[in-house]
Design a protein around this ligand. Structure first.
Ligand code: GSH
Length: 220
């Protein structure tokens, strides 16, 4: 298997935590994609993922999987012991719901903030996304999306006051996504309010898990 990713990005980090958690680091060859040079928009890459984003997991039979949760689901089920995406229907439903909430409420708006509210990956990659907007409109929209991500954080703090991990008693894909979302948010320069103490305590606990500590590419 080959994993096309970019070290230092949140979705690469999500999959690298999964590789570490499942003991699959040695099984997967990692190929770095130069995002600033827009390799992810070149034909060879678009043939694997028409959306033009990393990560992509290319299987030995030629199937190209993209979307980090889909890659996670595949990797988690390879050994018949899906510890990150749920073993029972109830676990699967809950983990899927919470991880999707993290994407809608945190990862997606922070990504928009990063690309439009800050310099992001540079001007050259922005027109590909929203060619009709002028610079001021892009910046204002990016800033509104960043403010939305920050405003959504108390929801996750509240959830973590009720249970040790986001989808229950054990570490799952929902936690991996939330961890990556928080690192992305602070890395992009957005704040986490000090009163969100359950979120901060959970983050410190997850920082210390072996799969997070020992993942490859630790600069994210
Ligand atoms: N929903 C996708 C998001 C992928 C994504 O946003 N990837 C970023 C890196 S973290 C990317 O390739 N950005 C380059 C671009 O937008 O051109 C996933 O879950 O993997």
């Amino acid at each position: 298997m080959k994993l096309y990713d970019r070290q230092g990005t949140p979705n690469a980090a999500r999959v690298r935590i999964v590789l570490a958690a499942k003991g699959l680091d040695e099984v997967v060859e990692i190929v770095q994609v130069d995002l600033v040079a827009a390799e992810q928009k070149q034909d060879w890459f678009l043939a694997m993922n028409p959306i033009g984003k990393t990560p992509v997991l290319l299987l030995d039979d030629g199937l190209a999987l993209s979307e980090s949760p889909a890659i996670t689901e595949y990797l988690d089920n390879l050994d018949g012991n899906p510890v990150l995406t749920g073993r029972t229907p109830r676990e699967k439903g809950l983990i899927h719901m919470m991880q999707r909430r993290v994407e809608i409420m945190l990862l997606d708006p922070v990504d928009d903030y990063f690309h439009y509210g800050t310099r992001g990956l540079g001007e050259a990659l922005r027109p590909w996304r929203m060619p009709e907007w002028d610079a001021a409109e892009k910046k204002a929209w990016g800033e509104r999306r960043g403010a939305l991500a920050v405003a959504n954080l108390p929801y996750f703090d509240g959830a973590l006051r009720e249970r040790p991990f986001l989808a229950g008693d054990f570490f799952s894909l929902a936690d991996i996504s939330l961890w990556a979302g928080l690192v992305f948010l602070t890395g992009a320069g957005l704040p986490i309010a000090p009163e969100l103490t359950a979120l901060a305590a959970w983050k410190a606990k997850v920082d210390d898990l072996p799969a997070v500590r020992n993942r490859t590419g630790q600069n994210f």
